[in-house]
Design a protein around this ligand. Sequence first.
Ligand code: FES
Length: 163
Amino acid sequence: MDEKTLQEAIANPQNLGEIVDADAVGTVGSPDCGDMVRMWIKYKEQDGRKVIDKASFQSFGCQTAIAVASIATQLIKGKTREEVLNMTAAELSEPLGPLPPMKIHCGQMVEGALKAALEGGISPVKSGVIPQSMTPQIATLHDALASAGKQVGKIKIIPLPAP
Ligand code: FES
């Protein structure tokens, strides 16, 4: 893995945050580590083709996922939906080089969120419908746990009041 590229992407992640008028949104969580990535896609017409105008992300996850998402959102600009659907996780994070075995799922999570969006993720703005995964109460993993206030496996989560 290219450590310098990784550190640069972590220090200065690109395309971070929501695209308010996005055409598609996709969210994926990893059962392995509990991390989560959400990606937004906005298309435009260019030379008679529908291409990705911009993509953005939010990651409630590890630094590798942030770096891969940052790089992937830059790499896919100007590509068609079909071109991106044919890209592997390795291609989406190509500038980073091969990820170590423990970090492969981080790239796959970004790939999953991106493809979830491309394969029919709903824009909450355009559809007028806010999918359950987009409701404000569970906007973050912390909120998800806090709103749960319930049994998760054998652990009961009791949110502490704000100081
Ligand atoms: Fe889970 Fe990286 S450790 S996404």
